[in-house]
Design a protein around this ligand. Sequence first.
Ligand code: NAD
Length: 499
Amino acid sequence: MATFSLQRLYYDGKPQTCTSGKTFQSINPATEEVLADVSIASNADVDEAVKSARAAFPSWSKTPHVARARILLKAVQLLRDRNDEIAKVETADTGKPFSETSAVDVTTGADVLEYFASMVAGGGLNGETVQLREDAWVYTKKAPLGVCAGIGAWNYPIQIALWKSAPCLAAGNTMVYKPSEFTPLHGEILADLYTKAGLPSGVFNVVHGAGDVGAYLTAHPSIAKVSFTGQVATGKKVAGSAAGNMKYVTMELGGKSPFIILPDADLESAVDGALLANFFSTGQVCTNGTRVFVPSNMKSDFESLLVKKMQYVRAGDVMDPATNFGPLVSAVHFKKVSDYIKHGIEQDKAKLLYGGLKKPEPASSSTFEKGYWITPTVFTDCRDDMRIVQEEIFGPVMSILYYESVDEVVRRANDTPLGLAAGVFTQNINLAHRVIDQLDAGITWINSWGESPAEMSVGGWKQSGVGVENGRRGIEAWVRTKSTLVDMSGVVATSFTKL
Ligand code: NAD
């Protein structure tokens, strides 16, 4: 029997029964139990959700910025009040340990909502005035786009929903949001929470379903913008479809990011960083530093410390506060990651330093008889041409690559069509900045990894994405600019005047 009630669609300010009559199941990845039946939106249901968002737009877009902010800040308070309750739902849906979801997922979403609400209340949507001549000037106005679509991935469900809806709604747009079909449970919770905060009916709407529902939403003629988070291959389809109607897009896609240990790095801190950059969220983080570049002369010290510290990756009951490593999100993803590990061993002939194709050692009484559990895995002596080094695995699989010179590591780090994140570990501040400057990635860290606060604009370079989320630039992706030239002295004409 399902743990949660039927998950419905949400538009016109309330849950709605789908007209397709069809459902899919949300599965707990740690136990394989059915969590909920989830309503699949038909095209007619998506049309209704878009209609609801269109109807809400004129009034919401004209609501004073401070009044909009007040409602969104109320939602921030509700999110923080209900942090643990929502984190438990996210743990059930994603398999991520509660130690993680309770500290990161809801909090980082609420922070971004607070950031954008405060920004618009503080004049962040004001335009500018440019004086041209004494009696002529240009003023600009930032206007919302209209009805926007948000399409989410499964790794940070409610965080992604908030990172999209926060700037969207703060800027005066309305949204139809589709969660990933693997982690749909936050959808109705967030929509209901927004309603309880006072958000007018139709401003935030939710439809459920798989790629076909996302594709119909993307192509919908009433959608002005699509903000998408997911795989590069899907992103290309979504951007292609959106281009048909000249829709605005933001694309937050995959990566295969270089984690570079420079020759004078503090080894302890570099190893801690490499663990975080590969095994947090069971490796299911888009910015993971899965290509770990290490100076050749640090090989034995790095490997022995890394293997020693692997004991701190603790799989177990996902509700146990000591557990920091959960299962993979789904059976499909388990097969994908397992196939990559198999390929690494059998085809790439990479040297297995830790883990492999087996279940993890349980740190508590868990048996892992059920669920999509996999051991954290480390390959060493890897080559750049190996498939496990080139492709995003999106699981707990680290590849160690050795290098001789800094010029060499920069060239190899950049030798990928992806450019989401990159980082260096070093005690040499000059070298840190020089190397970071040469790396082709949109999100970079020095002696740190993974932190992505609301104030930091984040987005991928190359095939890892288009545009940014968060930070001051984050709001610009949800507005269009109207420029008005005023001339107090009348028309300036050179051709059509009396000679
Ligand atoms: P995915 O591309 O399989 O699916 C993402 C979403 O797109 C889902 O909601 C899915 O239903 C929908 N979808 C599928 N086909 C579609 C279509 N044709 N049109 C419209 N929507 C469609 O991605 P995933 O497996 O859910 O997520 C993992 C990926 O997300 C990884 O590559 C990861 O790196 C990336 N990711 C990126 C970021 C970032 O900020 N750059 C953040 C999180 C995850």
